[in-house]
Design a protein around this ligand. Structure first.
Ligand code: ADP
Length: 407
C-alpha cells in the first residue's frame, strides 16, 4: 500500500507498507537466535563485481567474517577493521563508498567513529549496526550523525543488503552531483581568469588614453572613454568576485595577516569612485585618518572596500557618498555611507548571504550577482573583524567594516 502525504500541495513523502507477515513473525519459534547476516531470506549466488568498496568495522571476528562473505557474494570489495583506529587508517588510505559501523568497538563507540569520519568526509555513506538486538538509536542521533541508516541484527541480512544497496546508489548520485558542481566551479574560475588578463590590458590602454599619453582626444571621445572605463571596471570587479568566490569554495583562500595601512588602501579608490559615478549627481566625500592600521590581509581589505564603494556607487543615484577611516582603541573602522534607496530592516542580514539580492522600495534592480557582500563579510570575519549595516529606507545606508587595529 502506498500512503502519499500531500504537504503544501506537493507529495513530499511516500510510505510504502507491504501487508505480509514480518520476517520475525514468519519464523517465530523456528529461529532460536536472531538471524545473522548469513541467514539471507533468499539464497544468493555470487554476483558480478560491483564498483563499490565497503568497510565493515566490528570488534567481533566472527561477525566481520560473516558480513564480509555476505557482501562479497554481492560482488562488493570488502575491507574489514576491528577497531575505530584501524578503520580511520584504512579510510585515509583507500577509496571507500560505504562504512558499516558496529555501535560498540574496542577502542571507541561507533558514534565517536562516525563523528571522526564525518570530520573529513561528508560523502561516504555510513550504516550503524548493532549485533545485539534491540535499543534502536533515536532519530535525533541518526540525524545528527548524518548517516545513511541503522541496522539491527534482528532486522536480518536482507535488510542489511537493502541498506547497503541504497547507500551505494546514494553515494553514486552524490558523487556525480559533487563532480558536476566542481566542474562548473572550475569552468567559472577558468573563464574568469582568462577574461581578467585581456580586461586588464584594455583598462591599461583606456587609462593611458584618458591621461593623453596616446595624444589629445576630441571631446566626443573623452565621454565615450569615460563610459568604457566605467563598464570595464564593473566587469573587472565582477570577474574578481567570481574568482574570489571559487577560491573560497575550493578552500584555497590563504590569509597573510600583518600590519597594513587601511588608510592607504581606501585612498586607492579616490580615482575609481568618480569613474564609477559617471555623471550621476553624487558627491564623494573622503575623511581618511592617515594613521589607521589593521592586522589584516591587504588584498582582502581591498576586495571588501571595493565591494562597499562600488555598491554605494551602484545604488546611489543622487546625493552623497561619504567614506570615513578611523581607529578607535583596538579596532580600525571603514564606513561607507550613501544616500541611496536604503534597505528594509528585514533584509539587513539577508543581503550578506550568498547570491542574495533584494530590491529596495522605489528603486529598480541594478544587476549584480549577490556575491560581493557575502565575500566581504566572510573575509572580514576570517580576519577577526566584521561588517555591519545600518539603513533607513528612502534615506540611505551605512556599511561599517571593523578590523583588529595594529598599533
Ligand atoms: P550585488 O550588488 O551584486 O547584487 P552584493 O552582495 O554586493 O551583490 O549586495 C547584495 C544586495 O544588497 C544587493 O543586491 C542590494 O540589494 C543590497 N545592497 C548592497 N549595497 C547596498 C547599498 N549601498 N544600498 C542599498 N542596497 C544595497
Amino acid at each position: 500500500m502506498i500512503d502519499a502525504l500531500p504537504l503544501h500541495g506537493h507529495v513530499r513523502v511516500a510510505l510504502v507498507q507491504q501487508h505480509r507477515p514480518s520476517h520475525r513473525m514468519e519464523s517465530a519459534g523456528a529461529l532460536a537466535r536472531p538471524p545473522t547476516v548469513m541467514d539471507s531470506a533468499s539464497p544468493h549466488e555470487q554476483m558480478a563485481p560491483s564498483p563499490y568498496t565497503i568497510l565493515a568495522v566490528d570488534g567481533q571476528a566472527e561477525t566481520r567474517a560473516e558480513t564480509k562473505r555476505l557482501l562479497e557474494r554481492e560482488g562488493h570489495t570488502v575491507l574489514c577493521a576491528s577497531t575505530g583506529g584501524d578503520a580511520l587508517s584504512l579510510l585515509a588510505d583507500k577509496s571507500v563508498q560505504v562504512v558499516l559501523v558496529e555501535r560498540v568497538l574496542p577502542d571507541m563507540t561507533g558514534t565517536k567513529l562516525v563523528e571522526h569520519i564525518r570530520d573529513t568526509d561528508d560523502l561516504v555513506q555510513i550504516i550503524l549496526q548493532n549485533s545485539h538486538a534491540g535499543a534502536y538509536p533515536s532519530r535525533e542521533l541518526l540525524r545528527a550523525l548524518a548517516i545513511q541508516g541503522y541496522h539491527d541484527s534482528s532486522d536480518g541480512p536482507e535488510k542489511l543488503l537493502h541498506c547497503v544497496d541504497i547507500a551505494c546508489r546514494t553515494h553514486t548520485v552524490l558523487e556525480r552531483s559533487r563532480r558536476s558542481e566542481n566542474l562548473k566551479a572550475q569552468l567559472v574560475a577558468n573563464v574568469s581568469h582568462e577574461l581578467r588578463t585581456p580586461l586588464n590590458v584594455i583598462l591599461g590602454f583606456i587609462e593611458l588614453m584618458r591621461e593623453g599619453t596616446c595624444g589629445a582626444q576630441p571631446p566626443e571621445a573623452t565621454e565615450a572613454l569615460t563610459t568604457i572605463h566605467r563598464q570595464a571596471l564593473i566587469l573587472l570587479h565582477l570577474i574578481n568576485d567570481f574568482l574570489d568566490l571559487s577560491k573560497l569554495q575550493a578552500g584555497a583562500v590563504h590569509l597573510g595577516c600583518e600590519p597594513v595601512s587601511v588608510s592607504m588602501i581606501v585612498d586607492e579608490f579616490r580615482d575609481t569612485l568618480p569613474v564609477l559615478l559617471g555623471d550621476a549627481p553624487v558627491s564623494p566625500r573622503w575623511d581618511i585618518s592617515p594613521d589607521a592600521y589593521a592586522i589584516a590581509d591587504g588584498s582582502k581589505v581591498r576586495i571588501i572596500v571595493q565591494n562597499l564603494i562600488s555598491n554605494a556607487a551602484k545604488y546611489t543615484v543622487q546625493g552623497e557618498i561619504a567614506i570615513r577611516v578611523r581607529t578607535n582603541g583596538a579596532q580600525a573602522y571603514v564606513t561607507v555611507s550613501d544616500t541611496g534607496p536604503g534597505i528594509e530592516p528585514e533584509n539587513l542580514e539577508r543581503i550578506f548571504g550568498l547570491f542574495e539580492q533584494v530590491e529596495a522600495p522605489g528603486s529598480c534592480r541594478q544587476g549584480g550577482t549577490g556575491i560581493g557582500l557575502y565575500l566581504a563579510r566572510t573575509f572580514s570575519r576570517l580576519m577577526g573583524g566584521d561588517i555591519t549595516v545600518e539603513s533607513t529606507p528612502g534615506i540611505g545606508s551605512t556599511f561599517t567594516l571593523r578590523l583588529p587595529a595594529a598599533h
